[in-house]
Design a protein around this ligand. Structure first.
Ligand code: 9MR
Length: 562
């Protein structure tokens, strides 16, 4: 006879903070209405609560019930018991429950390093020899200029691999590097004390900066020193096979200078200037080089304000056809907003204020690689105190615009089927949905930082619950974290290394109802995920998905105690 499985309880597999709101979800509309918390291992009943129905349902066949135990704040180990439902897995309540995640998420960037051997003392069983030296890559015909003819070679060594593939894209590197920098700027004292076991000199530079500099130096190399323009990417013509880096030896090219890439460098280098001017001994000259690079890139952009990356067009004009990731953003207004904000925060100069102010009425939306305007808002609010007096009034407008989004997220949190911000709408489940969850949380944390209202922090942590298991798939979407996490990410390094466990600390893309990889997986929007190395549309990893995870996990570790 067929066994009917009991309904399942899903929850944050890393645990919950005592002082913040806590809930688990039953993946079925069960009829009973109460639940119990039992302490473990003695199975003593310590709390009884009422199961509630989410206020908004609609897009899915999966009906849920919410077990909210926010009122219970005793550290320990527990399970949830509901008659007619499988007992929940054991979970923790305690301070620091996301410490391991916070460390692993940052360490994941070290594992993404191109052009470097990873030593066993840092990388453990994931140690490897170097690949992709990128010290002499070709100038693609689309990138040729007077001083750099097609087929000549330049050095663009280093940087992080973008994702499951081995290419390096400036556009996506921008938001990733900047998100790490912003985490540091927002929580400086915390990061000064954090170590994640990566190679560093005994130089009192926090690990998050040491790691980010690895990519920053590469981004600077992607700039043509002759005119300040920045190449869109360093890439093969086609994606590599699923092999280790040293076995991936296709010709590498830098391709097409463009305004999106160039403004990404403006923003990142301007932010780096602000940070590294405080480390003159550890990084002599770096801050000044960054400011110079940012200003040069800004001038190039002024002369070339709208050069979009169009791979189809590029392939019509050259025999060397490129088929790797496009990051082909067509609307660059938000890049202008971000770049001008970073330069304004770093220099206080009028020209940058004017460029920023001219775009102040543009609608804002959740940050992603193609939508970076709000990153500039975060920065101006963060740096409010250092802005020249005459510009200060603008930040109240920025806060209002951010609040509009934050309040929408708060409503989603209070009504959504998983009592999380992400997943209240069908449209949340697109490529990289888990990174949207983390970027929503960053927006909410920023709102908390300027409003000091706990509601935003509770909404922010709900999406951490979501990516760590309180979701319709019951997966913790971070490799190596939780009792059920992805084992087969679309990630060449993890696939080809002969090690059973994937590299830890990586956030996979997550449910994606568009399933562009053409693989068959579950049909509900919130379960359209497959732990399969071929599922690049739901199970890849990427630096722009991990960076907001670093921000959120570390911010929460710092903020949870109130
Ligand atoms: O994250 C990107 C997503 O928003 C796009 O819809 C998708 C298709 O263009 O590309 C994603 O980025 C991929 C990039 O193009 C190549 N490296 C892997 C990235 C993650 O899948």
């Amino acid at each position: 006879a067929q066994q009917t499985a009991l309904p399942e309880i899903v929850l944050n597999q890393s645990g919950y903070y005592p002082k913040l709101e806590k809930s688990a979800v039953v993946l079925q509309a069960v009829s009973g209405n109460s639940f119990e918390l039992l302490s473990m291992p003695d199975r003593k009943s310590v709390y009884t609560g009422v199961l509630s129905e989410p206020k908004a349902t609609g897009y899915s066949k999966i009906k849920t019930r919410i077990a909210d135990f926010s009122a219970f704040d005793q550290p320990g180990q527990y399970i949830i018991r509901i008659p007619g439902v499988s007992d929940s897995p054991v979970f923790k309540i305690g301070d620091g429950v996301h410490h391991d995640l916070a460390v692993a998420a940052l360490k994941a960037f070290y594992y993404q390093r191109a052009s470097s051997a990873l030593d066993v003392s840092y990388a453990g069983k994931w140690n490897r020899v170097a690949g992709h030296p990128d010290t002499s890559v070709y100038i693609h015909p689309s990138a040729a200029s007077k001083n750099r003819k097609a087929d000549s070679k330049i050095n663009v060594t280093g940087g992080w691999y973008d994702a499951g593939d081995y290419n390096k894209y400036v556009v996506n590197s921008g938001i990733s590097t900047s998100t790490l920098f912003s985490a540091y700027e927002d929580f400086t004292a915390y990061f000064l004390g954090q170590e994640v076991n990566i190679p560093h000199a005994k130089n009192k530079v926090p690990d998050i900066l040491t790691e980010a500099v690895y990519n920053l130096r590469w981004m600077l190399k992607m700039q043509d020193p002759a005119d300040g323009g920045v190449y869109h990417k360093c890439t093969n013509l086609d994606f590599d096979a699923m092999v280790m880096p040293d076995k991936a030896i296709s010709k590498r090219y830098v391709v097409a200078k463009g305004t999106a890439a160039t403004l990404n460098l403006v923003a990142v280098a301007a932010q780096a200037y602000r940070i590294f001017k405080h480390f003159p001994e550890q990084y002599p000259g770096l801050a000044d080089s960054c400011l110079l690079a940012a200003k040069k890139a800004w001038s190039w952009s002024l002369n070339n304000p709208n050069v979009v990356y169009d791979q189809d067009l590029l392939n019509k004009m050259s025999d060397l056809k490129v088929s790797t990731g496009t990051y082909g953003d067509k609307d660059l207004e938000d890049e202008w907003t971000w770049a001008s904000a970073e330069l304004l925060a770093s220099t206080g100069e009028q020209a940058y204020f004017d460029a920023f102010f001219a775009r102040l009425n543009a609608p804002v939306s959740l940050p992603s690689w193609s939508n970076v305007g709000i990153l500039g808002y975060y920065t101006l609010i963060r740096c409010e105190g250092q802005l020249p007096e005459r510009y200060k009034s603008v930040t109240s407008i920025l806060k209002k615009k951010i609040l509009t989004l934050a309040d929408r997220y708060l409503a989603a949190f209070n009504t959504g089927p998983y009592h999380t911000v992400i997943g209240a709408s069908l449209y949340d489940f697109a490529w990289g949905s888990n990174s949207s969850a983390m970027n929503q949380s960053i927006l909410l944390i920023n709102t908390y930082l300027f409003s000091k209202k706990d509601a935003y922090l509770n909404a922010a942590v709900s999406n951490l619950d979501y990516i760590l298991g309180k979701n319709a798939t019951s997966y913790s979407f971070v490799t190596g974290i939780g009792y059920k996490s992805p084992l087969h990410p679309h990630h060449r390094l993890s696939f080809a290394d002969g090690i059973a466990e994937p590299i830890p600390g990586m956030l996979v893309g997550g449910p994606n109802r568009e399933k562009q990889d053409g693989i068959k997986y579950d049909s509900e929007p919130e379960t359209s995920y497959l732990d399969d190395a071929n599922s690049y549309a739901s199970n890849e990893i990427a630096i722009n998905w991990n960076a907001p995870l670093v921000y959120v996990a570390n911010a929460m570790e710092y903020l949870e105690k109130g």
